[in-house]
Design a binder for this molecule. Structure first.
Ligand code: F6P
Length: 378
């Protein structure tokens, strides 16, 4: 019999966090289960910092709100946690046992982990330590294995598409190349899908290292056909053949968190296209606009489905799984399949295998883009 469950939100914010929280809380209440929220992701688990969530109080009126009412942490891997002493000495410690102790002592029957691949890896590791966990796949990057879609992704694509519509105006009016840099880390999903939705002429993604000359040729062909402007989407992780991803900064918050800040890919492409085509090029970096604010209707529904399914699974006693959408159907898969040796993980730029689901050349989006003449830099 479940009595008490808790939610934690981890990683970069996305639109839809609160919609998932609301759905878990409401489904829990329908079954007379108390629901709590750990503050600041796994950091809350470590500090034993949590609040009561109820649909008449904290979790009320949050469906359309961006961010997370229980915050979220982007750099807290409690299995390799950065600890700085008073002299500034840095040590990385495994503090996961403290988290397990907190959860057990306070009697939580299940922890719902809302997050991307790193979050779900920690969730899997906690399940190996005896906690009941259920993951919900979150990220604007859409790069979590074993699911067709993560919550937050649709909103990011929608924002990027609207940006492309607006950039088209300036491109056409001033005969310019307008470059839009979008997020996505090692995965080109946002770039590819928004390029199709926004009618872009070129899309550069990390999965296809680009030849800038091919992109420039595509722009020149458009000029020959009387189109003196072009719109280009560049994924933040896109890089030239034989080159490197553009890095804006690095930090060291331990293993299992993002220590590399990508940035500059769009500007690099804009400068080179200007040089090669003679057209004026401008770059816009969409940045955190993709993650903040109100979720689309699609994301509200997806998040609600994910949240209610997660609570249903807990009621069935089906733990250590991730809620997924597979071939359009709401389902779940073992966390081990998501962050372990599954088939969907892809090779990253350095040749290592990552946990992330990247775009494959067989994907419908790639075929569609090519069919309608979007140049992919190859
Ligand atoms: O993974 C989500 C994401 O938004 C990426 O697309 C982006 O590279 C990264 O997070 C940015 O992270 P931060 O919030 O640390 O700047």
């Amino acid at each position: 019999m479940l009595k008490k469950v808790a939610i934690l939100a981890n990683g970069g914010d996305v639109s839809g966090f609160n919609a998932v929280i609301r759905a878990i809380v409401k489904t829990a209440e329908s079954n007379n289960i108390e629901c709590y929220g750990f503050i600041d992701g796994y950091r809350g688990l470590l500090k034993n910092d949590y609040i009561k969530l109820s649909s008449t109080d904290k979790a009320s009126g949050i469906l359309q709100k961006g961010g997370s009412i229980i915050s979220s942490s982007t750099n807290a891997n409690v299995f390799h946690y950065k600890v700085v002493d008073e002299n500034g000495n840095v040590e990385y410690k495994d503090l996961s046992d403290k988290c397990v102790q907190n959860v057990k002592e306070d009697g939580f029957d299940c922890i719902f982990t809302l997050g991307g691949d790193s979050t779900q890896k920690s969730a899997r590791d906690f399940s190996l330590k005896g906690l009941n966990v259920i993951g919900v796949p979150k990220t604007i990057d859409n790069d979590v294995a074993c699911t067709d879609i993560t919550f937050g992704y649709n909103t990011a694509v929608t924002v990027a598409t609207e940006a492309l519509d607006r950039l088209h105006t300036t491109a056409e009016t001033h005969n310019r190349i307008m470059v839009l840099e979008v997020m996505g880390r090692e995965a080109g999903w946002i770039a590819l899908e928004s390029a199709i939705a926004g009618g872009a002429d070129i899309a550069l993604i990390p999965e296809i290292p680009y030849d800038i000359n091919k992109a420039a040729e595509a722009i020149k062909r458009r000029q020959e056909n009387g189109k003196n402007f072009s719109v280009v989407v560049v994924s933040e992780g896109a890089y030239p053949k034989g080159g490197e991803m553009a890095i804006a900064g690095k930090k060291d918050d331990g293993e299992g968190v993002i220590n590399v800040k990508l940035g500059g890919a769009g500007e690099r492409v804009a400068e080179e296209l200007e040089r090669l085509t003679g057209l004026t090029a401008r770059c816009t970096v969409l940045g955190y606009m993709q993650r903040g604010g109100t979720p689309t209707a699609y994301d509200r529904v997806l998040s609600t489905k994910y949240g209610s399914k997660a609570m249903e699974l807990a009621l069935e006693g089906k733990f250590n799984v991730l809620t997924v959408i597979k071939n359009g159907k709401l389902d779940c898969v073992p966390l081990e399949d998501v962050v372990g040796n599954n088939k969907e993980i892809g090779a990253l730029q350095d040749g290592t295998l990552g946990n992330v689901k990247i775009v494959t050349m067989e994907d419908d989006l790639v075929k569609t883009a090519r069919n309608i003449g979007i140049n992919l830099g190859d």
